[in-house]
Design a protein around this ligand. Sequence first.
Ligand SMILES: O=P(O)(O)OC[C@H]1O[C@H](OP(=O)(O)OP(=O)(O)O)[C@H](O)[C@@H]1O
Length: 108
Amino acid sequence: MGYFDIPVEHVYGQHVILDYLASKTICSDDLVVVSPDIGGVARARAFAKRLSNAPLAIVDKRSHAHNVAEVMNLIGDVKGKIAIMVDDMIDTAGTIAKGAVLLHEEGG
Ligand SMILES: O=P(O)(O)OC[C@H]1O[C@H](OP(=O)(O)OP(=O)(O)O)[C@H](O)[C@@H]1O
């Protein structure tokens, strides 16, 4: 698969998380799935569809100039909801942590 010269199987963990959330019997009206950046929208949307078609919200990070702090805006409504952020990887955890702060500020 690109970077390897041996056979590689891509193992998805999504069904484990979906089973866990199903075990919590949370009404889908109380959920919102959040993409922590624009690049993850398709992934988060696919996850939301599998979660009883839960609504979607998106964190839009913008930096208006080099070395200027990012401005984070939320597209969608998380107020009073259980927000589930979906991303493909964590490195420094900056993306997911800043996203969580924003969701909290927005009432999620
Ligand atoms: O834990 P962190 O250090 O924040 O890194 C993880 C983030 O980096 C990647 O996104 P990227 O910044 O490449 O943006 P993209 O997915 O929109 O291309 C990845 O999709 C995560 O969102």
